[in-house]
Design a protein around this ligand. Sequence first.
Ligand code: THU
Length: 130
Amino acid sequence: MEQNKILINKAKEVSKNAYAPYSKFKVGAAAEFESGNIYTGCNVENASYGLTVCAERNAISSAIASGEKTKLKKLAIFSPNQKKCVPCGACRQWLAEFACSSAEIILEGENEEIIVMTLEEIFPNAFSIN
Ligand code: THU
Protein backbone atom coordinates (compact mmCIF):
# COMPACT_ATOMS: atom_id res chain seq x y z
CA MET A 1 0.00 0.00 0.00
CA GLU A 2 1.16 3.51 -0.72
CA GLN A 3 2.85 5.16 2.30
CA ASN A 4 0.46 8.15 2.39
CA LYS A 5 -2.51 5.77 2.55
CA ILE A 6 -0.82 3.80 5.35
CA LEU A 7 -0.40 7.04 7.33
CA ILE A 8 -4.02 8.10 6.74
CA ASN A 9 -5.16 4.68 7.95
CA LYS A 10 -3.08 5.08 11.12
CA ALA A 11 -4.57 8.56 11.67
CA LYS A 12 -8.04 7.08 11.12
CA GLU A 13 -7.41 4.31 13.63
CA VAL A 14 -6.10 6.62 16.39
CA SER A 15 -8.95 9.13 15.82
CA LYS A 16 -11.21 6.48 17.37
CA ASN A 17 -9.39 7.05 20.68
CA ALA A 18 -9.96 10.83 20.67
CA TYR A 19 -11.31 12.20 23.94
CA ALA A 20 -13.70 14.84 22.63
CA PRO A 21 -16.82 14.86 24.85
CA TYR A 22 -17.24 18.63 24.50
CA SER A 23 -16.80 19.36 20.79
CA LYS A 24 -17.60 15.78 19.64
CA PHE A 25 -15.00 16.56 16.93
CA LYS A 26 -12.53 13.68 16.80
CA VAL A 27 -9.10 14.01 15.22
CA GLY A 28 -6.23 11.57 14.68
CA ALA A 29 -2.70 12.25 13.45
CA ALA A 30 0.17 10.04 12.31
CA ALA A 31 3.65 11.55 12.09
CA GLU A 32 6.42 9.88 10.09
CA PHE A 33 10.01 10.95 10.75
CA GLU A 34 13.11 10.58 8.57
CA SER A 35 14.11 7.57 10.70
CA GLY A 36 11.02 5.78 9.38
CA ASN A 37 9.44 5.79 12.84
CA ILE A 38 5.73 6.64 13.00
CA TYR A 39 4.00 8.17 16.02
CA THR A 40 0.29 8.75 16.47
CA GLY A 41 -1.86 11.06 18.57
CA CYS A 42 -5.48 12.06 19.04
CA ASN A 43 -7.09 15.18 20.47
CA VAL A 44 -7.62 15.23 24.24
CA GLU A 45 -10.15 17.74 25.51
CA ASN A 46 -10.69 19.14 28.98
CA ALA A 47 -13.62 20.64 30.91
CA SER A 48 -11.47 23.76 30.97
CA TYR A 49 -11.78 24.00 27.19
CA GLY A 50 -8.60 25.99 26.56
CA LEU A 51 -6.48 23.14 27.95
CA THR A 52 -7.43 20.88 25.03
CA VAL A 53 -4.47 19.42 23.16
CA CYS A 54 -4.78 18.74 19.43
CA ALA A 55 -4.03 15.40 17.78
CA GLU A 56 -1.03 16.76 15.85
CA ARG A 57 0.68 18.09 18.95
CA ASN A 58 0.06 14.84 20.83
CA ALA A 59 1.65 12.86 17.97
CA ILE A 60 4.72 15.11 18.03
CA SER A 61 4.97 14.96 21.84
CA SER A 62 4.88 11.18 21.64
CA ALA A 63 7.78 11.29 19.13
CA ILE A 64 9.88 13.55 21.34
CA ALA A 65 9.14 11.53 24.48
CA SER A 66 10.19 8.38 22.58
CA GLY A 67 13.58 9.96 21.88
CA GLU A 68 13.05 10.72 18.18
CA LYS A 69 15.95 12.82 16.89
CA THR A 70 15.28 13.02 13.14
CA LYS A 71 13.03 15.50 11.33
CA LEU A 72 9.33 15.14 10.67
CA LYS A 73 8.77 14.08 7.06
CA LYS A 74 5.02 13.42 6.76
CA LEU A 75 2.03 14.17 8.94
CA ALA A 76 -1.35 12.62 8.16
CA ILE A 77 -4.50 14.03 9.73
CA PHE A 78 -7.96 12.47 9.80
CA SER A 79 -11.27 13.50 11.31
CA PRO A 80 -14.44 11.44 10.92
CA ASN A 81 -16.29 14.75 11.28
CA GLN A 82 -14.73 16.64 8.40
CA LYS A 83 -13.13 15.85 5.08
CA LYS A 84 -9.75 17.48 4.40
CA CYS A 85 -9.18 18.37 8.06
CA VAL A 86 -6.19 20.76 8.09
CA PRO A 87 -4.00 21.57 11.12
CA CYS A 88 -4.89 24.61 13.23
CA GLY A 89 -2.53 27.57 13.42
CA ALA A 90 -0.96 26.54 16.73
CA CYS A 91 -0.23 23.06 15.37
CA ARG A 92 1.34 24.53 12.22
CA GLN A 93 3.85 26.34 14.43
CA TRP A 94 4.52 23.09 16.33
CA LEU A 95 4.99 21.20 13.07
CA ALA A 96 7.43 23.86 11.81
CA GLU A 97 9.56 23.30 14.93
CA PHE A 98 10.29 19.66 14.04
CA ALA A 99 9.69 19.39 10.29
CA CYS A 100 12.19 19.00 7.45
CA SER A 101 12.02 21.73 4.78
CA SER A 102 9.97 19.56 2.41
CA ALA A 103 7.57 18.16 5.04
CA GLU A 104 4.22 17.01 3.70
CA ILE A 105 0.75 17.22 5.20
CA ILE A 106 -1.44 14.30 4.11
CA LEU A 107 -5.23 14.67 4.21
CA GLU A 108 -8.23 12.71 3.03
CA GLY A 109 -10.75 14.41 0.74
CA GLU A 110 -13.98 13.20 -0.87
CA ASN A 111 -14.13 9.53 -1.94
CA GLU A 112 -11.02 8.73 0.14
CA GLU A 113 -8.90 10.83 -2.22
CA ILE A 114 -5.43 11.48 -0.75
CA ILE A 115 -4.43 15.16 -0.71
CA VAL A 116 -0.80 16.15 -0.24
CA MET A 117 0.27 19.68 0.71
CA THR A 118 3.63 20.93 1.89
CA LEU A 119 3.95 22.59 5.29
CA GLU A 120 5.69 25.48 3.54
CA GLU A 121 2.56 25.95 1.38
CA ILE A 122 0.15 26.18 4.30
CA PHE A 123 2.55 27.89 6.74
CA PRO A 124 5.06 30.08 4.90
CA ASN A 125 7.63 32.20 6.73
CA ALA A 126 7.35 30.30 10.00
CA PHE A 127 8.83 31.97 13.04
CA SER A 128 12.04 30.36 14.28
CA ILE A 129 15.08 31.26 16.37
CA ASN A 130 18.43 30.40 14.79
N1 THU B 1 -8.34 19.80 16.81
C1 THU B 1 -7.26 19.01 16.56
O1 THU B 1 -7.07 17.98 17.19
N2 THU B 1 -6.40 19.42 15.59
C2 THU B 1 -6.53 20.56 14.86
O2 THU B 1 -5.63 20.93 14.11
C3 THU B 1 -7.76 21.35 14.97
C4 THU B 1 -8.62 21.04 16.13
C5 THU B 1 -9.28 19.39 17.89
C6 THU B 1 -9.27 20.28 19.09
C7 THU B 1 -10.66 20.06 19.65
O3 THU B 1 -10.64 18.94 20.49
C8 THU B 1 -11.50 19.74 18.43
O4 THU B 1 -10.60 19.42 17.39
C9 THU B 1 -12.40 20.88 17.98
O5 THU B 1 -11.68 22.05 17.83
